[in-house]
Design a protein around this ligand. Structure first.
Ligand SMILES: Cc1cc2nc3c(=O)[nH]c(=O)nc-3n(C[C@H](O)[C@H](O)[C@H](O)COP(=O)(O)OP(=O)(O)OC[C@H]3O[C@@H](n4cnc5c(N)ncnc54)[C@H](O)[C@@H]3O)c2cc1C
Length: 414
């Protein structure tokens, strides 16, 4: 057996998942991460006593591979209630999941968003998707998501007031040009699981996942510069010999390490504003979607309704997100709109912090079933990362498994 370690470049979820599988198989590895903390695009920080995720995100309990790598007792996941509260035509409308919340489901049946036909189509779609395997969904006929809802026969009302605002927030995609295969995959996952956040913020997911890894195999603050043959060079000149290389970095960062490869990608970005409120404006544990035609933000959540400890001293934490570039309105204008939702109490809200993340999710107009990601001129290197599967926590983790499976197969041949 070749004793040279495997080099994993990138300490986001894909790199960590790969490391976990290799570690379980006793295959030596070293993971290089350029920043001072693991987690890549899943980060949280504590600001003025508030737990702030760097961009609003949730973990679905139906993400099977991700859940299998977590110690659930220590990260203390708690779920948003299924469905959403929609702001449209200057009023709130509640949408529930009739399978998990029968009373709410009954209210939904009579809510003004969508027709009875839409609700029956939604149920039909759910039953159909739950019976499908993921790979069957990834091989289906493909359109953009906007076209998908039209073809399925949903009314303009439910599309404009529920599906579009919901998936705009999930894909960070204003036009819903995202592949219908990915949309259907997520519709399935949302119907099978709950949307959760850990008690101490989303960063607990990568940190918890990495916990069983030996600390001597992880090098933080270590940026990989380039490779030559089976040597990896670090910024600063140090070099490192590897048996196999797993590139778990952003797709458009690969060209920096292997200049002969020119890979480009388009990104969807987001802006997230966190407010301190003397009390929660609503007590529901649901996500709020902004379906108004003219709006300054797309989605609102109250994380302290899920985990009160994410806010300090009995106060509330309100997270307000929008697709990057969708509105140039500033904090004052966002608060003006929030005032139309919740009244004068918004005057007392204080902005704690805001994040602007231009590289949040790779755009996925076309989603292919997973394929081999070995680089033709570099047969000892494999690329993984969410973009090789789909832009989600589970997509990143699955891609890490793909890479580890490839390494294991290669090492059997030595
Ligand atoms: C704001 C936001 C909201 C999201 N919402 C959701 C959601 O609700 N649900 C969901 O499932 N997913 C969501 N996602 C997507 C999910 O977080 C990502 O798909 C996933 O984290 C990507 O992991 P990754 O390992 O593929 O890449 P990354 O996390 O990007 O990891 C790549 C790592 O490589 C490192 N790196 C790069 N170059 C080098 C180098 N030269 N040397 C060493 N290290 C290097 C980087 O520092 C980084 O840590 C969201 C993402 C964002 C940003």
């Amino acid at each position: 057996m070749n004793q040279k370690p495997v080099a994993i470049v990138g300490g986001g979820l894909s790199g960590i998942a790969c490391a976990r599988v290799l570690h379980e198989k006793n295959i030596p590895f070293v993971l290089f991460e350029k920043s001072s903390i693991l987690g890549g695009r899943v980060q949280s920080e504590n600001v003025q006593g508030y737990v702030l995720d760097k961009g609003f995100q949730v973990l679905l309990t139906s993400y099977e591979k991700t859940m299998s790598l977590l110690d659930l007792s220590s990260i203390q996941l708690k779920a948003f209630d299924p469905g959403a509260i929609i702001r449209s035509r200057d009023h709130f409308h509640e949408i529930s999941d009739p399978f998990r919340d029968p009373w709410g489901g009954l209210r939904t049946l009579f809510s003004s968003v969508g027709s009875l036909g839409d609700k029956l189509l939604t149920l039909k779609q759910r039953i159909e998707l739950q019976e499908k395997k993921d790979h069957e969904i990834f091989n289906e006929e493909e359109y953009n998501s906007h076209e998908y809802f039209r073809r399925r026969g949903f009314s303009a009302s439910i599309v404009e007031e529920f599906y579009e605002p919901f998936f705009r927030g999930v894909f960070l995609d204003q036009d819903l040009s995202t592949s219908s295969r990915y949309l259907r995959y997520l519709l399935k996952k949302f119907s099978l699981g709950k949307a959760c956040i850990p008690k101490l913020g989303m960063s607990q997911i990568p940190l918890n996942m990495a916990k069983p890894l030996p600390s001597e195999s992880i090098r933080l603050n270590t940026s990989v510069s380039h490779i030559e043959g089976q040597n990896l060079f670090l910024e600063g000149g140090e070099h490192f010999e590897f048996s196999h290389l797993v590139l778990a970095i952003e797709f458009d960062a690969i060209g920096k390490i292997i200049p002969s490869i020119d890979l480009s990608i388009r990104w969807n970005g987001t802006e997230c504003f966190y407010f301190e409120a003397p009390r929660a404006p609503r007590s529901e544990k649901k996500i709020f979607l902004n379906a108004e035609y003219v709006r300054s933000f797309d989605l609102l959540a109250i994380p302290s309704n899920i985990h009160p400890s994410q806010a300090k001293e009995e106060k509330a934490l309100v997270s307000v997100s929008r697709i990057q570039g969708s509105s140039s309105r500033d904090e004052k204008e966002i608060k003006d709109e929030l005032q139309t939702w919740f009244g004068d109490e918004v005057d007392q809200w204080k902005l704690i912090h805001s994040y602007s993340i231009s590289k949040a999710l790779p755009q996925i107009d076309h989603l292919k079933p997973p394929e081999s990601r070995v680089l033709p001129e570099h047969p000892f290197a494999f690329i993984c990362g969410d973009y090789t599967r789909h832009p989600s926590i589970e997509g990143a983790v699955e891609s890490g498994y793909d890479a580890a499976t490839w390494v294991i197969e290669q090492q059997k041949k030595i």
